[in-house]
Design a protein around this ligand. Structure first.
Ligand SMILES: Nc1nc2c(c(=O)[nH]1)N[C@H]1C(S)=C(S)[C@@H](COP(=O)(O)O)O[C@H]1N2
Ligand SMILES: [Mo]
Length: 366
């Protein structure tokens, strides 16, 4: 029988035009995404979790490292890595997504890390809750924000700074912020923030500061570059914009069948094809529905329980695949009724693109 080969007509591109600039490709080589086949796992295996690092990955000696609690506190102190490990231990499974995920599909957009779909992953994060440590440090009544500073330093738009972010006291009281030293039961790897980072569950990843060195109590708003100049929704560059916080509702599908090396389009055999993927939303909101677009009809998928309030939900559906070319999509809705748009919601930075994934699948008749 003649072998069905839908990819013969896609020759390997010699020059790539449009979306990616050379320096963006360089960024993409440093910051890997989760391969979509890894959606199969409840917990993303270490090494398949995405990475986003603005500057250089620091090499920190954990035995000499300390975290300082400073600023407007009645009882400022420092803790070593070992002292933090002696604190009450908590493990949470949390889905983390980069706010830039999907940026490559937004047009026009700022130069930045050109993510398509893979800047997401779920890990078991182990550490100690932050709130009791702040209580011990005794915040002065004037305190309104807490800043978190990483040891990594570099330039963005000509401005030299350490990577640092802040949360307001109200946000800290609502969010289960964890001071983390383990990921999937092993000590944090250098690229994920070793020896200590925070995890801010339910928010886009920029809040989860890696290589944490200082926690400062502030009586005025924090004005660090990563807080004020970026990670804001803007319709034009001149705007101050709205800060980016919780993740938007989103779903992805594990690509079925086998891929073509260069186009990533898929081939499956006609018949019943089990489709699966994951869906998540921000702020601990539950996923109430996932629908799959099968041959121009939205069909509701089956949902599994998620491992925790903050980790993604597995969905699955059997698809009766008929020969020919198909474009598969999935769409999640969360408990507040928020759902995914057909097209990206425009933003200059290409942030928080939760528009519907499109997957090209060819079905052979044998
Ligand atoms: N110190 C520091 N923390 C950081 C970053 C960084 O560049 N430096 N990147 C942030 C961004 S944008 C994301 S999406 C997450 C990525 O975490 P991961 O690389 O462990 O997946 O870390 C956040 N914390
Ligand atoms: Mo990010």
């Amino acid at each position: 029988m003649k072998i069905y080969n839908p990819f013969k007509k896609f020759s390997r591109p010699k020059t790539v035009q449009g979306v990616f600039e050379e320096n963006e490709v360089e960024l993409a080589n440093r910051n890997s995404g989760m391969p979509l086949e890894s959606l199969e796992h409840d917990i993303t295996p270490i090494g398949q979790h995405y990475l986003l690092t603005h500057f250089d990955i620091p090499n920190i000696d954990k035995d000499k490292h300390i975290i300082s609690f400073s600023g407007d506190l009645s009882n400022p102190f420092s803790l070593t890595y070992d002292e933090i490990k002696l604190r009450p231990k908590k493990t949470m499974s949390v889905t983390l997504e980069c706010a830039g995920n999907g940026r490559a599909n937004v047009n026009p957009r700022n130069f930045s890390m050109p993510w398509k779909y893979g800047a997401v992953g779920t890990s078991e994060w182990t550490g100690t809750p932050l709130r009791p440590l702040l209580n011990e440090a005794q915040l002065k009544p004037s305190v309104i924000e807490i800043s978190f500073t990483g040891i990594d330093r570099g330039f963005d738009s000509g401005y030299e700074h350490n990577f640092a972010r802040s949360l307001t006291l109200e946000q800290i009281n609502e969010l289960d912020v964890l001071l983390v030293y383990q990921m999937n039961d092993i000590p944090l790897l250098p690229q994920h923030g070793a020896p200590l980072r925070i995890i801010v569950p339910g928010w886009y990843g920029m809040a989860s500061v890696k290589w944490l060195t200082g926690i400062e109590a502030l009586s005025k708003p924090f004005e660090g570059y990563q807080q004020i100049q970026t990670y804001r929704f803007r319709q034009s560059r001149a705007e101050i914009g709205e800060p980016i916080t919780e993740m938007r509702v989103k779903s992805l599908m594990k690509p079925p069948g086998i891929p073509d090396w260069t186009t990533r389009k898929r081939l499956v055999s006609a018949g019943t094809i089990p489709l699966m993927g994951r869906a998540w939303s921000g702020g601990g909101k539950k996923i109430s529905k996932v629908e799959v677009l099968c041959d121009s009809q939205w069909v509701e998928a089956n949902l599994d329980f998620s491992k925790s309030k903050y980790s993604w939900t597995k969905w699955s559906l059997d698809w009766l695949a008929t020969p020919g070319h198909h474009v598969l999509s999935c769409r999640a809705t969360d408990e507040t009724g928020d759902t995914q748009p057909e097209d990206p919601i425009f933003d200059v930075g290409g942030f928080a693109n939760n528009s519907i994934q499109k997957l090209d699948v060819f079905v052979s008749n044998h």
